[in-house]
Design a protein around this ligand. Structure first.
Ligand SMILES: NC(=O)c1ccc[n+]([C@@H]2O[C@H](COP(=O)([O-])OP(=O)(O)OC[C@H]3O[C@@H](n4cnc5c(N)ncnc54)[C@H](OP(=O)(O)O)[C@@H]3O)[C@@H](O)[C@H]2O)c1
Length: 326
C-alpha cells in the first residue's frame, strides 16, 4: 500500500489524499511566521512527491510570493507529476486584479498553467460575478484548469457556484481537523452530495495533533501563541483526548500524526494539506495514507473528542500572557 488518490471535485483530475501545505515557506515577519528555510522546504516538497503526493498548495500571500517561488523551484523538473493549487488574495478580486494576480503567480511558479486557482477569502465588497468572470476567462485562456474557493461558508459557496456560467467550483479549502469540526455542520454533507472536494487546512491543528505540545511545552511562534488551542488552559483540556490518540496510535504501531491525517481522509471527498518544515515531517505525513482506522477505534476517538470542551473565547486577560508565552 502507498498513497491513496481521489478525484478533485468532478474534474477528472486525480489528486493525492495527502498533499503538502506551504504557508510557512519563506514567511518571517517580526517573528510572526516560522519562516522555514528554502533548502528544507524544497527537500520536503520533493520527498513528498517521491512518496506519491501530487497536491501542492500555496498562495500569492504566503511569504508575499516567496512560497510560490520555492514551490516553482522545487517542482521545476517534475511539473507534470504535480497538481499546483494556489490562491488569489481577497483584496485582488476585481476583474483586472484577478487577471494580474494570476500572471504574477504563473511567473513565480515558473509554469504556464495553474491546476487549481482558489479564491483565498471571500470579499463581500466585490461582486462575485465580477471575480468569476475573470476566473472563467483564465480557464478559457488555458492559464487555469479548475476553480476553487477557500474559507467560504456553505451559503457563499453556493453563490460562488451560481456566479459561474460555464465552470464548476471543484473545491472549498477550509479549516478542518479532528479537534476543529466546524465544516461538519453543513459544508461537508453538501460537498459529499455535490462531489465538491473539501481541502482540509491546518489538518494537524497547527501541530497540536502531533502530540508534541502540552501545557509545559508550547510553541514559541506568534502564529500559534494567538491560536486559542495553544492557550495553557485549553492544552490542559485537550490532554484526555491527546492521551487517547497516543494510546490508539501506539496500539497500531503508528504516530499521532498518522492517526490525525488518516482520520480526515477516510472519506474520498476530503483531502488534507499538512504544512511541513522538512523531509522527515513530509515522510511521516505522506505515510498516513497507509493507515486505516477500525470502527471501534473511530468510536473511541469520537467519545474522547466529545468529552473535550475547548474555551473558544480565551479571556482578554490571557491573550497578552499567551503572546508573551507565559
Ligand atoms: N486557506 C487558508 O486560509 C489557509 C489557512 C491556513 C493554512 N492553509 C494551508 O494549510 C496548510 C497547513 O496548515 P497549517 O500549517 O496551518 O497547519 P497544520 O498542517 O495543521 O500544521 C503544520 C505544522 O505541524 C507541524 N508538523 C507537520 N508535520 C509534522 C510531523 N510529521 N511531525 C511533527 N510535526 C509536524 C509543523 O510545525 P512544527 O514542527 O513547528 O510544530 C507544521 O508547520 C498551510 O501550509 C496552507 O497551505 C490555508
Amino acid at each position: 500500500m502507498g498513497m491513496i488518490y481521489t478525484e478533485l471535485g468532478k474534474s477528472g483530475t486525480r489528486i493525492s489524499s495527502i498533499g503538502v501545505g506551504t504557508w510557512q515557506f519563506g514567511t518571517k515577519l517580526w517573528g510572526w511566521g516560522k519562516g522555514y528555510g528554502r533548502g528544507d522546504a524544497i527537500e520536503a516538497v520533493r520527498r513528498s512527491i517521491e512518496l506519491g503526493v501530487n497536491l501542492i498548495d500555496t498562495a500569492e500571500i504566503y511569504g508575499n510570493g516567496t512560497s510560490e517561488e520555492i514551490v516553482g523551484d522545487a517542482i521545476k523538473d517534475m511539473r507534470d507529476e504535480v497538481v499546483i493549487a494556489t490562491k488569489v488574495w481577497g483584496t485582488n478580486l476585481t476583474y483586472r486584479r484577478v487577471l494580474r494576480a494570476c500572471e504574477r503567480s504563473l511567473r513565480r511558479l515558473k509554469t504556464d498553467v495553474i491546476d487549481l486557482y482558489q479564491i483565498h477569502w471571500p470579499n463581500p465588497f466585490i461582486p462575485m460575478r465580477e471575480t468569476m468572470r475573470a476566473m472563467e476567462r483564465l480557464v478559457k485562456e488555458g492559464k487555469v484548469r479548475h476553480i476553487g474557493v477557500s474559507n467560504f461558508p456553505l451559503r457563499m459557496m453556493v453563490r460562488a457556484q451560481e456566479a459561474l456560467s460555464r465552470e464548476e467550483i471543484v473545491s472549498n479549502q477550509v479549516k478542518y481537523n479532528l479537534i476543529e469540526r466546524g465544516p461538519e455542520k453543513d459544508l461537508i454533507p453538501y460537498a459529499k452530495r455535490e462531489r465538491i472536494t473539501i481541502i482540509s487546512y491546518s489538518p494537524l491543528a497547527q501541530g497540536m495533533l502531533t502530540g508534541k505540545y502540552n501545557p509545559n511545552n508550547r510553541p514559541k511562534d506568534l502564529v500559534r501563541r494567538v491560536n486559542v488551542l495553544f492557550d495553557k488552559g485549553n492544552l490542559r483540556r485537550l490532554e484526555p483526548l491527546m492521551n487517547v490518540l497516543a494510546r490508539v496510535a501506539e496500539s497500531k504501531g503508528v504516530s499521532v500524526v498518522n492517526l490525525a491525517l488518516c482520520w480526515l481522509i477516510r472519506s474520498p471527498e476530503i483531502v488534507a494539506i499538512p504544512g511541513v518544515k522538512n523531509a522527515r515531517q513530509a515522510e511521516e505525513n505522506a505515510r498516513s495514507a497507509e493507515v486505516v482506522l477500525t470502527e471501534a477505534e473511530l468510536e473511541e476517538i469520537e467519545r474522547a473528542y466529545r468529552s473535550v470542551k475547548i474555551d473558544k473565547f480565551v479571556s482578554f486577560l490571557r491573550i497578552p500572557l499567551n503572546l508573551m508565552g507565559i
